[in-house]
Ligand binder design. Structure first.
Ligand SMILES: CCCCCCC[C@@H](O)CC(=O)SCCNC(=O)CCNC(=O)[C@H](O)C(C)(C)COP(=O)(O)OP(=O)(O)OC[C@H]1O[C@@H](n2cnc3c(N)ncnc32)[C@H](O)[C@@H]1OP(=O)(O)O
Length: 507
């Protein structure tokens, strides 16, 4: 991201809490790229007690020793105007504010005192307010500014013992949302970074192996890029760890998703895995699957989407009529259960084959009819490499995800009706398999194909466990040439919901 040509000559940056960890990494990188840096650090402890000038001085020395320009500032962020004053007095302007300073006062909710609450809010939320507000008139007047707020996974997802910190951290997302709107006409871009990094705030929270990998230097290029004048990102929440970065959520908040959501977008496209839906609808409206096992009767409450393959041959149309030719490929007897594999060739009005979908349906209690157990005809899922994932992206599904997904046409009551779900043996309605797959493929497409659907060739996935609407899905990815292996885990239940699958690019 922060390529060699991203320079900050003539720009003045304030980085709060820059004496160590992430703030230090941001200050050093900005300094090495020509920015004049105010290295703010009160020099207090992790819980906000005490003060010392040492840490800020050391970082200033480090920047200067490499030929950069920097000055130390020892004010508390609650006195944000004094920090901005340091910038104005020493460098005559202010362009970039990186609100990074933070403290912890972890206690379980019942034990949080007023001072634990207030101090955490003062440093994170009020400190960011005071420092940014002091810079704001200068940024508006010069019609240029870049502001970063630092949120936390603790705020987005919650973390035991951090109610005060979580609330303050998510408050910063709200502050950013509004400042992104208010600053837009003055070319002030405001964004939130959600870092997962080794720092004194996480040293006893992250497992030691992970702690070693999560270097602040791997977050710094993301933040420095967001601070550059060529970066037009505004109002985004960017999660970053160990060298990857991703916009939070699968929503219109990430404007590159608009091409899949907005019919007037110049590059309006069908999201690749949506191509599965017409074939699935065709299968659901026929008796091909329900009559596939001679002498066996079953209904929708016993049917789970087990696996899915999709291969795309042509650019998928956003309007038109699709002809689906469906056939049963194999019927497997898994003892108690059965698996029925059906294939669907989809054609456009001119008879051009657009895609091939292969769907395995898992029929609960449908087995025991003396059939074969395995298939030589079905396309197989494959396990990912045994090394650690090359990349991981989290996406939170909405509690209303299944209700929304029904609009795609799959009105199976299993996904919305608690009574029907109970008949199927579920505590509550489960998410459509294709919705989980769509979320995972969005992560892969975003991470490896710049959200370009034309690079998609094929995907194979096994639905290993149900996803419950509202769960956060982490998709781990491994690149092997043009093939991206991926697995998806529901973080709350810590269960793999998609296993042994891959995604193929045509490039
Ligand atoms: C006409 C109608 C068309 C309908 C279209 C679909 C409509 C949609 O609305 C439906 C949905 O979207 S349902 C939601 C998405 N799917 C799910 O949530 C299922 C999640 N998976 C599970 O819960 C388990 O894997 C489960 C329960 C599937 C299996 O778990 P277990 O019973 O523990 O299985 P296990 O003992 O591990 O294995 C038994 C044999 O089955 C094979 N197998 C396991 N999971 C499979 C899966 N997901 N797909 C295909 N085969 C699967 C195993 O390999 C094993 O076979 P063998 O013994 O030969 O090795």
């Amino acid at each position: 991201m922060a390529e060699e040509n991203l320079r900050f000559d003539g720009r003045v940056a304030v980085v709060t809490g820059a004496g160590a960890g992430l703030g230090r990494a941001y200050a050093l990188l900005l300094g090495s790229r020509g920015a004049s840096v105010v290295v703010n650090d009160l020099g207090g402890s992790r819980s906000g007690d005490g003060k010392s000038s040492n840490v800020a001085d050391q970082v200033v020395q480090e920047i200067k020793s490499k030929g950069g320009k920097a000055v130390a500032d020892y004010n508390s962020v609650i006195d944000g105007e004094k920090i901005i004053q340091t910038a104005l007095e020493n460098f005559g302007r202010i362009d970039i504010v990186v609100n990074n300073a933070g403290i912890l006062r972890d206690k379980s909710f019942a034990r949080i005192s007023d001072s634990d609450w207030n101090l955490v809010h003062d440093v994170h939320l009020k400190g960011a307010f005071k420092t940014t507000q002091a810079a704001w008139p200068h940024l508006r007047q010069q019609k240029y500014g870049r502001v970063i707020f630092t949120a936390s996974n603790s705020g987005l997802y919650g973390n035991f013992g951090q109610a005060n910190y979580s609330a303050a951290k998510l408050g910063l997302v709200g502050l950013n949302n509004t400042l992104a709107i208010e600053g837009r006409s003055s070319n002030i871009n405001c964004n939130v970074i959600v870092p997962t990094a080794a720092s004194r705030l996480t040293e006893d929270i992250l497992p030691p192996d992970l702690y070693k990998e999560l270097k602040p230097e791997l977050i710094a290029p993301v933040v420095v890029w967001l601070c550059h004048e060529s970066c037009q990102e505004n109002g985004s929440v960017i999660e970053s760890a160990a060298g990857w970065a991703s916009k939070f959520g699968v929503s219109v908040q990430n404007l590159s998703n608009l091409r899949f959501l907005y019919e007037n977008h110049p590059e309006f496209s069908m999201f690749p895995t949506q191509a599965i839906i017409p074939g699935q609808m065709a299968l659901m409206s026929s008796s091909l699957i329900t009559s596939a096992i001679p002498g066996k009767q079953f209904d929708l409450s016993q049917v789970l989407h087990g696996e899915q393959y999709l291969e795309v041959y042509e650019r998928l149309p956003t309007t038109g009529t699709i002809k689906n030719v469906c056939k049963v490929i194999d019927v497997l007897d898994k003892g108690r259960h059965a698996v029925i594999i059906a294939g669907v060739d989809s054609y456009n009005e001119d008879g051009v084959k657009l895609c091939y979908g292969e769907m395995s349906t898992f029929i609960v209690n449908g087995g025991g009819f003396g059939g074969k157990r395995t298939s030589s005809k079905a396309i197989e899922a494959q396990d990912p490499p045994s090394r650690k994932p090359d990349s991981s992206v989290e996406a939170k599904t909405s509690i209303d995800q299944a209700a929304l997904y029904r609009l795609s046409g799959d009105t199976n009551p299993l996904h919305i009706d608690p009574d029907f779900a109970a008949i199927g043996g579920f505590d509550k309605p489960i998410l459509h398999g294709l919705s989980t797959l769509g979320t995972a493929v969005r992560c892969v497409l975003m991470q490896f194909a710049n959200n370009n659907p034309e690079l998609f060739k094929s995907v194979k996935a096994r639905f290993a466990k149900p996803t419950i609407p509202g769960e956060t899905l982490r998709t781990d990815m491994w690149r092997e040439g043009n093939r991206i292996h991926f697995e998806t885990t529901a973080i709350e239940s810590n269960k793999k919901v998609i296993s042994g699958k891959y995604f193929h690019f045509s490039c």
